[in-house]
Design a protein around this ligand. Sequence first.
Ligand SMILES: Cc1cc2nc3c(=O)[nH]c(=O)nc-3n(C[C@H](O)[C@H](O)[C@H](O)COP(=O)(O)O)c2cc1C
Length: 282
Amino acid sequence: MLPAKNLPAENPRISPWLIRTEAEKPLSYQLLTSNVRELAPAVDALHKLQADAIDLNMGCPAPAVGKLGAGFRLMEQPDTARSIVAEARHRTTLPLTVKIRLGAELDEAKLKSFCTMLQDEGIDMLSVHARLKNESFARKPRWEWIAKVKEWMRVPVIVNGGIFTVQDAENCLHVSGADGLMLGRGAVIKPWLFADIARDIYGSSLARSAVSLPAMYCKFVDLLSEFFPPERRLGRLKEFTHYFAKNYKFGHRLAMRVQSSPTVDAVRDRAALFFERNRENS
Ligand SMILES: Cc1cc2nc3c(=O)[nH]c(=O)nc-3n(C[C@H](O)[C@H](O)[C@H](O)COP(=O)(O)O)c2cc1C
């Protein structure tokens, strides 16, 4: 989620938001904006970064984002949303996509009108987080609503929300009839879930490899040190640990110890001790 306003001034060689490796291709960049005038420079910057696609965020319900008129607020301001999509469409020939939620409340007519407006303005794909604006992540997503969205749309529809296992993915595709899946928290908790889904649902021939949780955690810390500036490493590691710890029965203990760690080295030591004591889970 890149604020369009700041993007043109970011240095892609050092910005933690923009650093990209060869492995990350194709890569779509998501823009956050409520101001049509910010689009031309932001899209130019994305062309320079060799973006493979551009996504527009119209689903983020965070109050700080809403205050700027961006994210989910655009679903309540369809005229502004329309002009943003039209301008983005005018500025790029790259695949242009939008991510939304179901709405503020369940309102089929309103949702349909918003989705078809996006399509009429020329988007190439729509991703839908199958929850309402104020619904917590703990609530079961409404995958069946994506089946409705699918009926209205000619462009591919991607379903998002509540996919943590291959079985979830299978159920979700069955209920929603969506053209593809988007993983949120599941991608951070189990980064190998993409490979499992690709193999078990889409018939990919990717080899199945044993996952070592401690090795994965150490690799994450190494990559942080390689790609992130020192002042950003600890915070990002704490965020990652919050999700990663869910792989363990007593993961909250790891999360708590990391949360109170003063340095990345302290995290390494505390995590090593946790892994030693929880070997049977690894
Ligand atoms: C820490 C965090 C950061 C997120 N950042 C973004 C973001 O930058 N852009 C976006 O469209 N959604 C973002 N989301 C929402 C997810 O993409 C997704 O819609 C949501 O987590 C529901 O999917 P899930 O149940 O698979 O997690 C974020 C979610 C979390 C938990």
